[in-house]
Design a protein around this ligand. Structure first.
Ligand code: BLA
Length: 723
């Protein structure tokens, strides 16, 4: 069969061979528990409508082309105050009178298709009785904020969602790196079978859907067997394209998915996204075994709670990282002490304690350095370790390469799985074959999948036969040749240890340059190729060597650098730096400090200088290292932005003169949750992910503040309408 890339299947046209690419956001149809209107701006004329308009609202006659002002009730007046908001990312809801005869409706409104698009989509549902969830929300937020472990948080989340949303079952579902899902926690009615601990293959939720769920954070399916109601005309006259329904709350769901749910016996769902660090971390999925609708306020509250849970998850995950960082720092300190005593930095790593193994929860570790191998714990034999070094040399260089199945990466290493099924490798110099390696053995573990992940579907000849995994019987898979996977905190620890050791190796080699000037060529080469800028000077401070990475820091017309104190000219605060560098040369003192490079070219760097002694009182020379701090800077900037967002006057504050003390209270509780998360994140270990983690917390806070505002507004209007 020829391989080509046909256009992605339209909504409802997918089969199991291409459902991964179904255009679910272009559904062109809604669920029947409400009506959809597409409206032009600024004249508010109806340009698209769902075909159930007459039957649902009692309005008959041609409505396409009508202005909203001409329709009975107060829809257009109710919308008016919201039309100056952008509504591109978070829809808002208003209460209004609409239909024939007039009745109370909740109207969700948003603008589809990005900031430049024109036109509003209205989704109207008959309003339920007024509900006030504020006490429940307040209690829930307090509980979420106090959870001290991920498992506890998952358990409380399942309990809270079951209570607030009222479905038969609530599950907390987490995705792993490959997108497979695992049910971490569940609350269900006692008569239901448990899904706890089951895993589901990544193919159950297509990528397109996952991306959609990062934007649309709560989806409700009221009845899996419902007839879809088309929107007409199908093509929006405003854009000449299919209506983008990504943010619609009434959007009809993919037939493949509703079939899937029916096969599970599920009639109705509410699913909320857990977005952590900008990525879909998991879901809270609620199932009901008969049709179930929940009104706007409840959906809003579920969204708000999911944001609070996601924020707490980032705090807890970062806390685990901070713990790992602590043990790495201790290791670093011990290395510094040992070096000061006898210069043998390797013995600090292999001192018979588990300090090298513990931060990664590894069973064994090895250092490959200058042709020698040192090990601790359970590791492969010397020959194999050398072979691993060679194999790593042939791969792309990354700060920490990790696998939980070395045998799958390279079949030649399959026989090592008893000690080395899982491996993390950190390069410690630019010289081939020099690595720190950590190992984990294979574990025979049983994974319980909901259905056979390798035979995901039964495809019959008859299209009506299409049904994902007819049997939901548990499917037990023996996973062999696979170790416990490495977590993000462990990888960050590996990166940090690797960098620390790389710094020491570089310093060590620099020292060699000083000791054996006759061997200059070979050793100089190693120093010269290092990625880290380094300058080596003799006992008087005359510069002997600046490597290529150091040269790269300099501007073309940089001043001539002869002695170590001349380096001060490269920095913004050159006097201060000069004084420090003089200390190094004159008083033989180690120096440390963070400085900005002049001209703003290279950003902030960490400057380290150390005298090198051959024996007490016998000075060989000096080594100055410069390392890039721009990652740390980016973190600082993101933290500042979050801080500003936390203290900024949220629009909600203007509700103060109304009866909305409760809402302000809720907002400050959410701010507290975000604050805690920010603290944990900036204490964490992996600066490369911190900015996005912080941005995500800020985004979450903005969203929840917005949701709270909608709720407060909604409550105020609903009570005004009643009186
Ligand atoms: C969507 N599939 C989903 C969603 C879940 C699952 C949670 C998101 C629904 C939402 O957010 O409302 C899967 N649901 C599960 C699982 C459990 C559960 C595993 O409750 C376990 C208890 N689905 C398939 C296959 C395809 C498929 C083989 O199994 C095709 C490749 C498609 N799943 C599919 C599609 C959607 C989906 C297209 C999007 C539904 C939509 O939003 O329109």
């Amino acid at each position: 069969m020829a391989h080509h890339h046909p256009a992605p299947p339209a909504f409802g046209q997918a089969d199991l061979s291409n459902c991964e690419r179904e255009q679910i956001h272009l559904a062109g149809s809604i669920q029947p528990h409400g009506v959809l209107l597409g409206v032009s701006e600024p004249d508010l004329r109806v340009v698209q409508a769902s075909t159930n308009l007459a039957s649902y609202t009692g309005l008959d006659g041609e409505i396409l082309g009508c202005s909203l002002h001409e329709l009975p009730g107060d829809l257009s007046e109710s919308l008016e105050p919201h039309l100056d908001q952008d509504l591109h990312e978070i829809p808002t809801g208003v209460r209004c009178r609409f239909g024939e005869p007039l009745a109370d409706y909740d109207c969700m409104l948003h603008r589809p298709g990005g900031p430049t698009a024109k036109g509003v989509v209205l989704e109207l549902e008959r309003a339920g009785p007024p509900i006030d969830l504020s006490t429940q929300v307040e209690d829930a937020l307090e509980i979420i904020r106090r959870c001290a472990s991920l498992q506890q948080l998952a358990d409380e989340t399942a309990r809270i969602f079951k209570q607030v949303a009222g479905y038969d079952r609530a599950m907390v579902y987490r995705f792993d790196d490959e997108g497979h899902g695992e049910i971490l926690s569940e609350r269900r009615n006692p008569d239901l079978e448990s899904y706890l601990g089951q895993r589901y293959p990544a193919s159950d939720i297509p990528q397109i859907a996952r991306r959609l769920y990062e934007r649309n954070r709560v989806r409700v399916l009221v009845d899996a067997t419902h007839e879809r109601v088309p929107v007409e005309p199908r093509i929006s006259p405003l854009t000449g394209d299919d209506l983008d329904m990504s943010l619609c709350s009434l959007r009809a769901m993919s037939p493949i998915h509703t079939q899937y749910l029916q096969n599970m016996g599920v009639a109705a769902t509410l699913v909320a996204s857990l977005v952590v660090g900008g990525r879909l971390w998991g879901l809270v999925a609620c199932h009901h075994y008969s049709p179930r609708a929940v009104q706007y306020e409840t959906r809003c509250v579920c969204e708000l709670l999911a944001e609070a849970v996601a924020t707490r998850i980032s705090a807890l995950e970062s806390f685990a990282q901070a713990q790992a960082e602590l043990s790495v720092r201790r290791l670093e300190q011990r290395m510094a002490e040992v070096i000061a005593q006898d210069g043998d930095w390797q013995s600090a790593l292999f001192d018979g304690t588990r300090s090298l193994l513990q931060p990664l929860a590894a069973h064994g570790a090895a250092l490959l350095f200058e042709g020698e191998i040192r090990t601790i714990g359970e590791v492969p034999g010397t020959q194999e370790l050398r072979a691993l070094g060679g194999w790593l040399d042939g791969r792309e260089r990354v700060p920490a390469f990790a696998t939980s199945s070395l045998g799958h990466e390279e079949p030649a290493f399959e026989h090592l799985s008893a000690t080395a099924s899982g491996m993390v490798a950190a390069p410690i110099s630019s010289t081939p074959g020099e690595y720190l390696l950590w190992f984990r053995p294979a574990q025979i573990r049983t994974v319980v999948w909901g259905g056979n992940p390798f035979k995901p579907f039964v495809v019959g000849d008859d299209p009506a036969d299409l049904s994902p995994r007819r049997s939901f019987a548990k499917w037990h898979q023996q996973v062999e040749g696979t170790s416990e996977p490495w977590g993000p905190a462990e990888l960050a620890a590996a990166k940090l240890i690797g960098e620390t050791v790389a710094g020491i190796v570089l310093q060590f080699r620099s020292v060699q340059v000083l000791i054996a000037r006759d061997q200059l060529e070979t050793v100089q080469e190693q120093v010269r190729c290092s990625d880290h800028p380094v300058v080596i000077a003799d006992p008087k401070g005359q510069i002997l060597l600046g490597n290529d990475a150091f040269e790269a820091l300099l501007a073309e017309d940089h001043p001539r650098l002869r002695r170590i104190p001349d380096l001060a000219l490269l920095f913004d605060r050159s006097q201060e730096v000069g004084a420090l560098l003089n200390d190094l040369i004159e008083r033989r003192r180690s120096i440390r400090g963070e400085f900005d490079l002049a001209r703003g070219s290279g950003g902030t760097v960490l400057l380290r200088g150390d005298p090198v002694l051959a024996a007490p009182g016998r000075l060989l020379g000096h080594v100055v290292l410069v390392s890039d701090q721009s990652e740390r800077k980016a973190v600082e900037a993101a933290r500042q932005r979050l801080q500003n967002a936390l203290i900024a006057e949220h629009p909600l504050a203007t509700f103060g003169d109304r009866r909305d003390l409760t809402y302000r209270h809720l907002l400050s509780s959410l701010q507290g949750n975000a604050q805690l998360a920010a603290l944990e994140i900036t204490d964490g270990i992996d600066p490369s992910r911190m900015p996005e983690m912080l941005e995500s917390v800020r985004d979450s806070l903005d969203r929840t503040a917005g949701l709270l505002e909608h709720l407060a507004d909604h409550a105020a209007r609903a009570s005004k309408k009643r009186s």
